[in-house]
Design a protein around this ligand. Structure first.
Ligand SMILES: [Ca+2]
Length: 411
């Protein structure tokens, strides 16, 4: 036989009800006392759930449903039911007789006059509920704001990625071996252009560089101009270490004079300079035996035999009379804060670039990004004199190197 034990039942605080209660239940109700409201809980559609104790020996458990309507009065809504077992009650079930089933939805309205101390505890509970609800509302608002922000950021990120046209191309091919330049990477079977890590023999650390695996493959890109987004008017230290965008496919950068030195002392390198103008034309200039000296020599430039379609601006051989001041052969590197040129003034400062200035130049590929024909106090644009003269600033430049003896992959 199941043991009858009506002890702790649930008191559910919910919506308002106004229903009559039969006399016999009024009597029974008076015997039921809500001893204390403990551990208010909150759930969907409920203001609060609290435990309510019934006098020992009562076989009629009572669910009391309450909602505070006005501060000065309480509306008690009582559903009187007979609970046969505590076990069932604990599980939230109730077993009813036929008669009780008929009466189970009978309710009573009680005024605040009968409110006792336990009810005041409930009153506090309501205040707590209101406070917590306000808090929940505030937090929900904050979460919504955060979600909007996250969505905005994701959208911006997506737009940026679209802008780049999926041009991010950084490759991590693991640390199986160290590559001295891009030609070694190419010869090891990596035929996709993008950023790779290389470490020339004497370089203290590896660094990231764009490898152009087209055009025969194996090219280590040492400089790129493409859209004017990177400032090339920089100090000695920046040019020494390198700067710019080492992430995007067309990112502008200067690989760094130190790195150029470490790369080019490894062997005989060919320098190829790809040039593009704003009329969609392209030319190139190529020099054998490209070398950059060490720090002591102020990263002096050495170039060998020229070939190409853009003219020999670097060695200034286009006109014998200008060669003495226009050639960049054997010139030291200069920046606005390190004047190593052959000019009384400061070429790097006037022409707004770091370069192997003479007096001052017939090529200034690190010049200001003017976009085509320009006027300025000095010829400070991205200049390759033998193609477009001093007063046309080129659209694109790629300076890239690979060993003279590299066997191009010509398909
Ligand atoms: Ca000077």
């Amino acid at each position: 036989m199941e043991k009858e034990d009506d002890t702790h039942k649930q008191l559910v605080v919910t919506g308002a009800w106004r229903i009559q209660l039969e006399q016999e239940y009024v009597h029974k109700l008076s015997e039921v006392k809500c001893l204390e409201v403990t551990q208010p809980k909150y759930g969907p559609g409920l203001a609060a759930i609290a435990a309510c104790a019934f006098p020992h020996g009562h076989t009629h458990g009572t669910f009391i449903v309450i909602k505070k309507i006005k501060p000065e009065s309480l509306l008690f809504v009582v559903n009187a039911v007979k609970l046969k077992t505590s076990r069932c009650a604990a599980e939230g079930q109730a077993i009813f007789t036929g008669e009780e089933m008929a009466k189970m939805f009978i309710f009573i309205l009680v005024t605040a006059l009968v409110v006792d101390t336990e009810v005041w505890a409930l009153d506090n509970c309501f205040q707590e509920v209101a406070r917590l609800r306000a808090q929940v509302h505030l937090l929900e608002t904050q979460i919504k704001q955060q979600q909007i922000k996250i969505e905005q950021l994701l959208q911006e990120n997506e737009v940026q990625l679209l802008d780049r046209g999926g041009e991010n191309s950084v490759f991590d091919i693991g640390a199986k071996r160290q590559y001295a330049d891009c030609s070694e990477i190419f010869n090891d079977g990596y035929k996709q252009s993008g950023f790779y890590k290389i470490k020339p023999f004497q370089s203290p650390a590896e660094f990231s560089v764009y490898c152009d695996m087209s055009d025969g493959g194996g090219w280590t890109v040492i400089q790129r101009r493409s859209d004017g987004t990177v400032n090339f008017n920089r100090a000695w230290e920046d040019y020494e270490k390198g700067f710019g965008n080492f992430v995007q496919k067309n990112g502008e950068y200067w690989l760094g004079n130190k790195n150029l030195h470490f790369l080019t002392i490894q062997g005989d390198y060919t320098l190829k300079i790809d040039l593009g103008d704003f009329e969609k034309n392209s030319r190139y200039a190529q020099y054998k035996d490209f070398k950059v000296g060490d720090e002591k020599s102020s990263y002096e430039l050495h170039i060998g035999e020229y070939s190409g379609t853009a003219g020999d601006s670097l060695a200034g051989r286009f006109h014998p009379e200008v060669q003495w001041w226009a050639s960049h052969q054997r010139m030291k590197f200069s920046t606005w804060d390190r004047d190593n040129d052959n000019y009384d003034g400061n070429c790097a400062q006037e022409d707004r670039a770091g370069w192997w200035f003479n007096r001052c130049h017939s090529a200034n590929l690190n010049g200001l990004y003017h976009r085509g024909p320009y006027t300025a106090e000095t010829d400070n644009g991205v200049v390759w004199y033998t193609w477009h003269g001093w007063w046309y600033s080129l659209k694109s430049v790629v300076m890239k190197i690979r060993p003279n003896n590299f066997i191009p992959n010509i398909v």
